[in-house]
Design a binder for this molecule. Structure first.
Ligand code: SF4
Length: 463
């Protein structure tokens, strides 16, 4: 589609367009900026001046190419049918609408937003938030007729962004808190969201009361509100169907929906695990749970974490492995709110399996990590490499240690079996069935095992 007074095209074909940094005129939010947000609030009809656009701070035309700005986007909507429950749903549509604009990229959500406008589009004349605001207002009115009035404020003034960021965080927290308490078993239906398929075609989110969407922006209640106002839209109801495995969270209805929406790429989904048939990850996840084989535990890293995690990799490297809509064993995209759920990775051990996470995330989850394990999980301030991690877990008596004993036992049993089974004349011993050569501070060595094992050595590794 094109609007006469807008100098670039607007349409679905631009969704998924990536704007590389060298091609960027202005970046709004993103990893270089701490304070950023997008927030939709509902108002009464007389509180909103329809079509109003306000810019607080620098406009696009005021900055040099290659500039990153603090950014706040504050949208107020009104309509007889608009209610508070719809705020989150209306807000998430920004992901679509901004991406429809030629030369514009919108990724992530809420306090994690990251947007870029290309030099090429600015050259064509797309050089003001005024123009961008007009496009967004029109798309909302066309797509969601319940919005009768809309006014938008673009904020790039650092002080103002900071001030409003605090308010935005309170609103997000209140929304999330509203959605807590209901159980998956109590829901007749779940909700699906395919909004991110422009970036990850084989990804579809299943949103349940106890498994918040990966992006952290859509709760089960948001899903219900969205499906009610637009049942054929990108957020839709999913009949649960027969429950195949209550513990793992596998439902026939979810499998069928995933199969259909991913064109057969994802056939099975188990909602409460990071292994086997995990929920897929698009790229908008707030955090990643990643497997640490040396301690048989899971680490957590969020998008805001700078530097290297405990396994030596930064968030961005692990995000490349995790994203894209594939089921990757041991790399699992998730939201902060899902970590507050009693179902949080329950198949894998839940919090008893988490062995590392950033301090800031730990703080945000205060009161949700079980008391008997919270002090046994180190952050970047306690340990900086896997050796230190092992020592910390060992000293604190982290529950993951129980798995180490089982692993050692399995490895020894396996080694003995191989030694027993090896024929006299065999010249090569088969592979040793152990998960790791070093487990929980022990190294297991098979010696002289060409014909049979003379010894199995289990040696504690010195510091
Ligand atoms: S992460 Fe999931 S719920 Fe969130 S917008 Fe993308 S598909 Fe929808």
């Amino acid at each position: 589609m094109s609007f006469e007074d807008i100098p670039v095209d607007v349409g679905v074909i631009y969704e998924g367009e990536r704007i590389r940094w060298p091609d960027t005129h202005v970046e709004l939010g993103g990893p270089r900026i701490t304070d950023k947000f997008e927030l939709v609030r509902y108002r009464s009809l007389d509180e909103v001046e329809d079509g109003k656009i306000t810019i607080i701070g620098l406009d696009i035309k005021d900055v040099e190419p290659g500039t990153s700005l603090p950014f706040g986007l504050y949208i107020e909507v009104a309509g007889k049918e608009v209610e508070e429950d719809l705020e989150g749903v209306i807000e998430r549509r920004l992901h679509d609408y901004f991406n429809f604009i030629q030369g514009f990229m919108h990724i992530n959500q809420r306090y994690d937003i990251h947007m870029r406008l290309s030099k090429a589009s600015v050259k064509k004349g797309m050089d003001s938030f005024e123009l961008m605001g007009k496009v967004i207002q029109r798309l909302y009115k066309m797509d969601m007729p319940l919005i009768e009035k809309i006014q938008i404020t673009f904020i790039t003034d650092a002080e103002k962004v900071k001030e409003m960021y605090a308010e935005a965080r309170e609103v997000y927290e209140a929304r999330d808190a509203r959605a807590r308490g209901m159980k998956d078993d109590e829901a007749d239906v779940f909700y699906g969201c395919a909004l991110c398929q422009s970036f990850a075609p084989s990804h579809v989110c299943t949103i349940t009361p106890q498994r918040y969407a990966n992006c952290g922006a859509i709760s089960w209640f948001d899903g219900r509100a969205a499906a009610r106002i637009d049942p054929k839209g990108p957020i839709f109801a999913v009949e649960k169907g027969e429950c195949l495995d209550d513990w793992k969270g596998e439902y026939i209805g979810v499998n069928e929906m995933s199969n259909e929406k991913t064109l057969g790429v994802v056939k099975r989904v188990q909602l409460y695990t990071a292994f086997g048939y995990p929920h897929t990850s698009c790229g908008c996840f707030e955090a990643i749970a990643f497997y640490i084989p040396e301690v048989d535990g899971l680490g957590i890293v969020d998008r805001d974490f700078r530097g290297k995690t405990i396994n030596g990799l930064p968030f961005s490297t692990m995000a490349d492995t995790t994203a894209g809509g594939t089921q990757v064993d041991g790399f699992h995209g998730l939201s902060i709110e899902y970590m507050r759920s009693p179902k949080f990775l329950q198949v894998d051990g839940g919090w008893n399996r988490i062995v590392w996470l950033p301090k800031k995330v730990k703080k945000r989850l205060e009161g949700f990590i079980p008391e008997d394990v919270v002090n046994k999980i180190p952050t970047e301030e306690d340990v900086t490499n896997v050796d230190e991690l092992k020592e910390f877990l060992d000293e604190k008596g982290h529950p993951v240690k129980e798995r180490w004993a089982a692993l050692i036992e399995a490895a020894v049993e396996g080694a003995v079996e191989i030694a027993k089974a090896a024929p006299e004349e065999a010249s090569i011993l088969g592979p040793i069935p152990m998960m790791s050569a070093t487990v929980g501070g022990f190294r297991i060595i098979m010696e002289n095992a060409r014909i049979h094992a003379d010894k199995v050595i289990i040696r504690r590794i010195e510091k």
